[in-house]
Each structure stands twice: as structure tokens, then as C-alpha cells.
Design a protein around this ligand. Sequence first.
Ligand code: FES
Length: 138
Amino acid sequence: MNPDASTIAAGAPIEVDLSPVAEGQDIKVFWRGKPIYISHRTKKQIDEARAVPVASLPDPQSDEARVKSGHDQWLVVIGICTHLGCIPIAHEGNYDGFFCPCHGSQYDSSGRIRQGPAPANLPVPPYTFVSDTKIQIG
Ligand code: FES
């Protein structure tokens, strides 16, 4: 039985089929009323994220700690800017990641804050891979 819309809005886990998301594309889904970005990252985006010295980041966190091992091409983040809560735009900005047009925060291809007033990385929601092409969020 699938949960109805009101149950999902109240916080039920959701399953997302990743198979239609081509490399280099992002999709946005909603979980607990929050926008969730799911990015199918290219090798270039992964390499860029891993080439940065972690200690130099405003909110130091390795890319490896923000993705699931063996599924490194998938980035799943809550799409709410950690400055004042705007929704950043995917595939914009200087870091091949996300750009928040409200006050100019720039996040990289790991969703980590790199420039601008936001104090923290885009949070990673709780999720698991239920198969190679499907995740459950929540
Ligand atoms: S809300 Fe995103 S930069 Fe201010």
C-alpha cells in the first residue's frame, strides 16, 4: 500500500527511482515539505569535489562523507540555502554545483558552501539505497 499525500506530507519515507536521471542531470523531489535535490554527478564533478583540500572549506567535510560509498555519482541534499532559506538553483555558480540568487551563496558539486554568506553546507537528508537505481529518503 502506498502512503497517501497527507501521510507523505507528515513525514513518511519516500522512494525515488533514479533510473531516468541521466548523468549530469538533477531532479528535485519533496520530502517532509522540503525540496531535495538529487544530482547524478559527472566524473568531472566528483573529481572537482574531491580535489579541494577539506581544511580550506568554510564548513569542512569530505565529499566521501556526503555520499554513499559505491554510489559516489549520486548527491542527495536538502535544497534550502543555509543562509536565510532560499532555494538554490542547480548547475549554477562557479563551482559546478548550486547557486543561491538571494544573496549570492555558491555551493560546490558536493553541496558544500564555497562562497557567500551561507554558514554551512547543504544538509544531506537520511536516505538509503534500496537497489542500485532506487533510494528511500527518510
Ligand atoms: S538565502 Fe541563500 S544566500 Fe541568502
